[in-house]
Design a protein around this ligand. Structure first.
Ligand SMILES: [Zn+2]
Length: 58
């Protein structure tokens, strides 16, 4: 199943979205995007958990 996530779902004013085959792959794409575009988001165990709840199966 394909995994999908978008910044809009997280309530961000950002048109970015991504899909990947696995959650691990998607999280590494998300991490890259957050580090580049959303420096206000601190990536820690809590925020990563929250991000994972936004992942959808498509
Ligand atoms: Zn974004």
């Amino acid at each position: 199943m394909t995994k999908s996530i978008s910044c809009k779902d997280a309530g961000k004013e950002c048109g970015w979205s991504a899909t990947a085959d696995t959650e691990e792959e998607l999280m590494s794409i998300v991490t890259e995007h957050v580090l580049e575009e959303h420096k206000e988001i601190e990536l820690n165990a809590d925020s990563i958990k929250t991000i994972k709840t936004l992942i959808k199966d498509v």
